[in-house]
Design a binder for this molecule. Structure first.
Ligand code: SAH
Length: 220
């Protein structure tokens, strides 16, 4: 990695990052801790060098293996919905991908446990986040449909790939008082759902329509 790349794309990087933050504010992201967590993450380090100049545009980008890095506004919305202004200790993420959402979460919560089914992405991203000095992330190469029972219960669970319905293990691994943010639906369009585990039962609400890659079973 060249030093120019490591330190951002010259001076434009700070300016373009600020522009992204004002776009997020204009789109209703008002939690200062979420905005700060996003400001801290060098998104250009999570995409292919050829796409780095577009890293601070509010768009999804390809990360290889048929997967995409989520659009910053969607990352911000999901993170804001998950935290609800509270401090979270341990969060489970399903679908590590390139690790951008993972890094945003790691700036905000005590510990992130993240699961990825594609071995090559799991390895690449674990190394990337280690190089970026994140030390509060646990990585698993596994099938997120099973959650990650070892560290359960979680204060929050966030999925960045869409199943047709909420996987039972995720419900079981959530702490009472905790929240799940997950896209639910078919291949082309899904609803981003917020599911809360209250002492008396489950509460579901719809955040908005989104377009994620499908949550597939098994690891490869
Ligand atoms: N938050 C990521 C989004 C990556 S796309 C980012 O910003 O880069 C979604 C990811 O979910 C892909 O990497 C895909 O391989 C992964 N995925 C799909 N089904 C999965 C499963 N059952 N368990 C774990 N990861 C899964």
């Amino acid at each position: 990695m060249s030093s120019q790349r490591r330190h951002g794309i010259g001076m434009t990087s700070a300016r373009t990052r600020e522009r992204l933050l004002s776009r997020l504010r204009d789109s209703g992201i008002d939690n200062p801790r979420v905005l700060e967590a996003i400001r801290q993450v060098p998104r250009h380090m999570f995409v292919d060098e050829a796409l780095a100049s577009r890293a601070y545009e509010d768009i999804a980008l390809p990360i290889g293996h048929g997967q995409t890095i989520s659009q910053p506004l969607v990352v911000a919305l999901m993170t804001q919905a998950l935290s609800a202004g509270k401090h979270l200790q341990r969060v489970l993420e399903i679908g590590t991908g390139c690790g951008y959402q993972t890094a945003v979460l790691a700036n905000l919560v005590d510990e992130v446990c993240t699961v990825e089914r594609i071995a090559a992405l799991f390895r690449l991203t674990r190394n990337r986040l280690f190089d970026l000095k994140y030390r509060n992330i646990k990585f698993l190469h596994g099938d997120g449909l099973q959650g990650w029972p070892e560290y359960a219960p979680y204060d929050g669970i966030l999925a960045t790939a869409a199943p047709e319905e909420v996987p039972r293990p995720l419900l079981d691994q959530l702490q009472t008082g905790g929240r799940i943010v997950i896209p639910i639906g078919g291949r082309s369009l899904q609803k981003l759902m917020l599911i809360e585990k209250t002492p008396t039962g489950w509460e579901h609400s719809e955040i908005e329509s989104v377009n994620f890659v499908p949550l597939l079973s098994g690891k490869i």
